[in-house]
Design a protein around this ligand. Structure first.
Ligand code: ATP
Ligand code: MG
Length: 298
């Protein structure tokens, strides 16, 4: 049973104790009886593409007809609504909402482009300690019956913001780029996901910002080697893509640009997590002639 009064359970000297702050594996199991799958999008290293993936995957799932809630878990930075082009609608934040100070209906921004997509932004002014994992867990738990998917954009690192972003998660997408530091951090993050009650079968990897010419020059890790090193299923490979940068700059998710390869890949990821069998797009490796041409075109 969930404790609906987190301020009381485990309190020591008037301060909430650890039991009050944690959303436990037992809470998570109770949550599984609800409907929504709750994905947290995580990485150890910053700047790998979590917010971009959260925005585009959310948009792609809602374009498939799913009811989706995106939550910006990056308290203090607030990027998701900006990438989505929704910041002008953003009034209330997840910390106020999860603390019960603001009603969900007031804080959730309904995307004017796709009516089944909702976003709750983060605050730029609050620090990360304003939200607790328990609050976040209970908040998402209550909403699970109303959505098909809840996607949480985690901050990088493994501090309180990260703990809040993984507390309610039933699934994790670990974003990794083809660099040694990113891969090593991803391995550690995968361990933390399991320690927080996410089943190993629900943990997978997205390899982002793949550049074939760097792999050919042996200055980026080959996606096959990343998969071997992490020993986790790879849901998708995403190339470093000019269209992604342009779309983020224009505050319009790239998935709305149907001609781009990245858009196709995001639709593929949405289909895959929604249970369809989809042929993965493998980012093309450079053949001997491409490499020869690449060297002489520098
Ligand atoms: N596939 C891609 N191709 C090219 N650029 C990309 C790709 N994915 C993300 N980017 C760019 O990388 C930068 C970081 O992306 P994003 O903000 O999504 O990362 P993040 O992991 O959320 O960062 P943070 O850890 O700071 O929250 C942005 O400038 C974004 O446009
Ligand atoms: Mg981010």
């Amino acid at each position: 049973m969930l404790n609906d009064n987190p301020g009381v359970n485990g309190a020591v000297n008037g301060q909430p104790g650890e039991a009050a702050l944690k959303f436990t594996a037992a809470d998570k199991n109770a949550a599984k009886e609800r409907y929504a799958k709750v994905y947290t999008i995580v990485s150890g290293k910053g700047g790998v593409g979590k917010t971009t993936i959260c925005a585009n995957l959310g948009m792609a799932l809602s374009l498939l007809g799913k009811k989706v809630l995106l939550i910006d878990g990056d308290i203090g930075l607030k990027n998701l609504d900006v990438i989505m082009g929704l910041e002008e609608y953003s009034v209330y934040d997840i910390a106020a909402c999860a603390a019960g100070k603001v009603k969900f209906a007031s804080a959730a921004i309904q995307d004017p482009r796709v009516s089944s997509l909702f976003v709750i932004s983060a605050s730029q002014s609050l620090d990360k300690s304003h939200l607790t994992p328990k609050q976040m867990g209970l908040f998402c738990h209550e909403l699970m019956k109303d959505f098909d998917y809840i996607l949480i954009d985690s901050p990088s690192g493994i501090e309180n913001g990260f703990a809040c972003a993984i507390a309610p998660a039933t699934h994790a997408l670990i974003v990794v780029t083809p660099e040694h530091a990113s891969i090593r951090n991803a391995d550690r993050i995968a361990g933390l996901m399991e320690a927080n009650g996410i089943l190993p079968k629900n943990i997978s990897v997205i390899i982002n910002k793949i550049e074939a010419h760097l792999i050919a020059d042996s200055i980026a890790v080959d996606p096959d080697d990343i998969q071997k090193a992490l020993a986790l299923p790879v849901t998708a490979q995403i190339p470093f893509d000019y269209d992604v940068i342009a779309s983020n700059f224009k505050k319009r998710p790239v998935v709305l640009n149907g001609r781009s390869l990245a858009a196709k890949i995001f639709v593929n990821i949405a289909r895959t997590i929604d249970g369809e069998k989809v042929d993965p797009v493998i980012v093309k490796k450079m053949g001997i002639f491409d490499r020869f041409f690449n060297i002489f075109s520098r």
